[in-house]
Design a protein around this ligand. Structure first.
Ligand code: BES
Ligand code: ZN
Ligand code: ZN
Length: 480
């Protein structure tokens, strides 16, 4: 386990194996850059994420002192140090507002998923010491610094927790395992957990969720965690798509597209991470995490194209493609979520390949009826380092979901705008009263990427966790 410490000393007076120096905006004349000549000789340009070790000093390029640039630089430093035998490193604090971001980057970049490797490639790094001395030569108070670092550590740790759930193979991470994980979270103070099975779903008329589960030999689970602090100011309800595997069902995915579909429970893992984070950060908000967990399998019982299903709110759905299964599970979960009387309702889902086509792999698609709510989330996401893009609803796309035989169809009649039509499908299951309090986040792109990017590793990234926690923390500042 790696520890982050704060020391009320100048960087040069701290003992550690390696010193990290950020070369900010290519300013080689800053007093912290002591090896200008050597760096020039070695061809170090100070570009983003570029690293160069001179003796026991690791220089890292950093575009600016804006938090995401600092995160990228700190992440690059950790990545470079993983290959060394360094046990301890030291670094300055680079402005107070960056401390939390630095802690986040150190913890996020240290993550590795080793569980299935016989030879574990663990980093030897045990300790990071951050000095209270900052870039301008100012000093920050140790108490304040400690709090910021703790916050950053919690946010990053629960993000890493979400990554673990997604990276775990589908045979292990099924609906029953998600239930166990949720019950473990419920051991935290203020957290309770209820888990429902098939009988409950039948009783509640959740015919869409049940249909998706039909071909699976593992029972469905509706998991409902609540974190309830004393005197909560507001109620946030998060709903996550928990498809522990998506084969596509009878509308079977081609082999190449099926690989990595263990990540189809990334929405679920994100809402579990958010709830855990809210409890660990002692946020004064009531937070719910609702997960619809099952797998989309094939078998004699599988639901079929041409089937008509009835969701919890009574709406009937004609199935034209069994690979559009996430929206069916979410339909029933959103009805259930509205019954919790949310002040804010957010669903997170790896819902469409179309969202990845529209925004690229790194960006979460944000949809909803309230521009104010969308903007508020997007600005917090930006602070958190997560990327978002807004995808606008419109009445014409909504009409593409019409069906000849049922109230609506589970896919659009057009091949264009697939991320938005999926969002508009979900809109049918959000009660009128809650429409303006609802956001849909399509995390199909950033949730799972098969290469390293920034301080994220190949595989799961925990998309949605950091932006949601930042969002609640920012809302708290606004309310104060
Ligand atoms: N889980 C997939 C979406 C997905 C695709 C997630 C790529 C991550 C990466 C979802 O269930 C799905 O298959 N969606 C279909 C919808 C289509 C049938 C309308 C898709 O995007 O192709
Ligand atoms: Zn699918
Ligand atoms: Zn899916």
């Amino acid at each position: 386990m790696m520890k982050i410490k704060i020391e009320d000393n100048k960087v040069c007076d701290i003992k550690a194996d390696i010193k990290i120096v950020l070369v900010v905006n290519k300013d080689f004349n800053h007093k912290s850059v002591k090896d200008k000549k050597e760096l020039e000789f070695l061809g170090f340009k100070g570009e983003e994420e570029e690293c160069c070790l001179v003796g026991k000093t690791l220089y890292v390029g950093c575009n600016s002192l804006y938090r995401e640039d600092v995160r990228l630089a700190c992440g690059a430093a950790i990545k470079a140090l993983k290959k060394t035998k360094a046990k301890s490193v030291k670094v300055g604090s680079y402005l107070k507002e960056n401390l939390q971001a630095m802690a986040e980057a150190f913890v996020l970049a240290s993550y590795s998923f080793n569980k299935y490797k016989s030879k574990k490639s663990e980093s030897e790094l045990k300790e990071i010491v951050i000095s209270t001395e900052d870039y301008k030569g100012d000093k920050i108070t140790p108490k304040n610094a400690k709090e910021l670092i703790q916050k950053g550590e919690i946010i990053a740790k629960v993000t890493n927790f979400s990554k673990d759930l997604v990276n775990t193979p589908p045979y292990e991470m099924n609906s029953l395992e998600l239930e166990r994980v949720a019950k473990k979270i419920a051991k935290l103070e203020g957290v309770t957990c209820k888990v429902y099975g098939k009988e409950f779903l039948e009783k509640e008329g959740m015919g869409a969720f049940l249909a998706v589960n039909r071909a699976s030999h593992i029972p469905p689970r509706l998991i409902h965690l609540v974190y309830k602090p004393k005197r909560a100011k507001k109620r946030y309800v998060f709903v996550g798509k928990g498809l522990t595997y998506d084969t596509g069902g009878l509308s079977l995915k081609p082999s190449d597209y099926m690989v990595s579909m263990k990540s189809d429970m990334s929405g679920a893992s994100a809402v579990l991470g958010v709830l855990k984070g809210a409890a660990m950060l002692d946020l004064p908000y009531e937070v719910h995490a609702i997960v619809g967990a099952t797998e989309n399998a094939i078998g004699p019982e599988a639901y079929k194209p041409d089937d008509v299903l009835t969701a919890k709110n009574g709406k009937t759905i004609e199935i034209k493609n069994t690979d559009a299964e996430g929206r069916l599970v979410l339909a029933d979960c959103l009805c259930y979520a509205c019954e919790q009387k949310p002040d804010v309702l957010v669903d997170m889902a790896t819902l469409t390949g179309a969202c990845v086509v529209a925004l690229g792999e790194y960006t979460t698609g944000v949809m909803g009826h309230s521009s104010k709510l969308k903007h508020s989330l997007a600005s917090s996401a930006k602070l958190s380092g997560e990327l978002t893009g807004s995808l606008p609803f419109n009445r014409y796309l909504k009409k593409l979901l019409k069906s000849q035989v049922a109230d609506l169809c589970n896919i659009s009649s057009s091949r264009y705008g697939g991320a938005i039509t999926a969002g508009l499908f979900l809109d049918n299951f959000v009660e009128d009263k809650y429409k303006d309090r609802w956001l849909h986040l399509d995390i199909a792109g950033p949730a799972y990427i098969e290469k390293d990017w920034g301080y994220n590793q190949c595989g799961a990234s925990g998309a949605g966790v950091r932006m949601s926690l930042y969002w609640m923390m920012e809302n708290l500042k606004e309310e104060a």
